[in-house]
Ligand binder design. Structure first.
Ligand code: COI
Length: 356
């Protein structure tokens, strides 16, 4: 191993696999780049920061993560510019959110500077894995798991922090049909909804599967108390475009993920002179707006999903089709603008890009 930076040790795999793989059509999250970053938490400190070949983990079956679910993650992306430069999109926002998730799940935070350094070094080493072209990126998945070998219920004393990366195209290959969920609950006040905790996703699978059987791709979650107000969708925040250059989106609460793409789209919308309202959005309001033609578009925002067109919304067995997205739709223009910033096609007016 060569000590390149004070903290991070680096070892490389014997061969780079990307040439065999990157030529194939890329679907989301199936292939992984050559390297990964790992750090271990023990005795109250993060130690042994290393970049190694992508490899399997050897974990004791008693590790706390397998039993009580102390696991959090992030999703972020690196992009390649036309000139072949590789850049990260708003990594600081993801780092901060990761540490908020860690606190809520009683896990140690990861030092911000080291986090950014690890991201930069890892992506630099695997820069051949960053695909080029519209909608293409290297998806970056930092995550943390509890590794104490113990069956008692308490916060773990040991953790592993890892970063893996995967070249990706779009998460949704077609417009998304969502069903408004009025029975099952994703998050309740005082819970973990705002955190990127693995358990939030685990508990959404069963209700999402039921919706899938009815022909929907995703759920549109509603509040746990009354199921009257829209919260977010399974993999993304949601926004609705109304007539009169108006966009409404559920305000951030303890039950909604503070999406980085969400906040980026809000900034872009404001720069396009849209009036953005972050507030409670009721199911009734959306159904009415669909019925009277006020609702022009609905879309989801997320790192993986980018800006995903919602083509239909279902409620209590009734399905409402939305107008088809075209080149003049806000979401098409916002997606193009965001992608152009991320891939360096236009100058970044927001200070979101971090070169590596
Ligand atoms: C992301 O958009 O990065 C996510 O984490 C959503 C999903 C793939 C779980």
């Amino acid at each position: 191993m060569i000590d390149v930076k004070e903290n991070i040790k680096i070892s490389s795999p014997a061969t780079c696999r990307n040439e065999q793989i990157l030529g194939e059509s890329i679907s989301f999250g199936r292939i992984f780049s050559d390297h990964m970053f790992t750090s271990d938490y023990e005795n109250g400190k993060w130690n042994n920061h290393r970049i190694t070949a992508y490899e399997k983990l050897a974990l004791d079956p008693s590790c706390l993560v397998f039993h009580y679910g102390q696991a959090i993650f992030e999703g972020m992306k690196a992009y390649k510019t036309k000139e072949g430069k590789v850049q990260l999109f708003r990594p600081q926002a993801n780092i901060e959110r990761f540490n908020k998730s860690a606190e809520r799940m009683c896990m140690p935070t990861f030092p911000e500077e080291l986090f950014l350094d690890a991201l930069k070094q890892l992506v630099k080493m695997d820069s051949l894995w960053v695909p080029e072209g519209e909608g293409m990126s290297l998806y970056i998945r930092p995550f943390m798991i509890a590794t104490d070998e113990y069956l008692g219920v308490r916060p773990s004393d040991k953790y592993k922090f890892l970063i893996i990366t995967s070249p990706v195209g779009s998460y949704y290959k077609e417009p998304v049909k969502v069903k408004i969920e009025t029975y099952y609950t994703r998050a309740m006040e005082g819970g973990t909804g705002f955190a990127k905790a693995a358990g939030n996703y685990a508990k959404s699978l069963y209700p999402a599967q039921l919706a899938f059987k009815e022909g929907y791709h995703q759920l549109l979650w509603t509040d746990a108390k009354e199921h009257k107000y829209i919260e977010e969708s399974g993999t993304m925040n949601v926004m609705f475009v109304l007539k009169g250059n108006k966009i409404i989106t559920p305000a951030l609460t303890s039950t909604i993920l503070n999406g980085v793409t969400r906040s980026s789209v809000i900034e872009i919308a404001k720069s396009f002179n849209y009036n953005v309202e972050e507030r409670r959005v009721s199911v009734d309001e959306i159904i009415k707006a669909m019925k009277n033609g006020e609702l022009l578009e609905a879309f989801g925002t997320g790192t993986a999903a980018t800006i995903a067109n919602i083509s239909a919304i279902g409620l209590d067995g009734e399905n409402f089709d939305l107008p088809a997205r075209n080149n003049d739709s806000f979401s098409s223009k916002a997606l193009k603008h965001l992608d152009s910033i991320r891939r360096g096609v236009i100058k970044d007016p927001f200070g979101w890009i971090v070169s590596i």
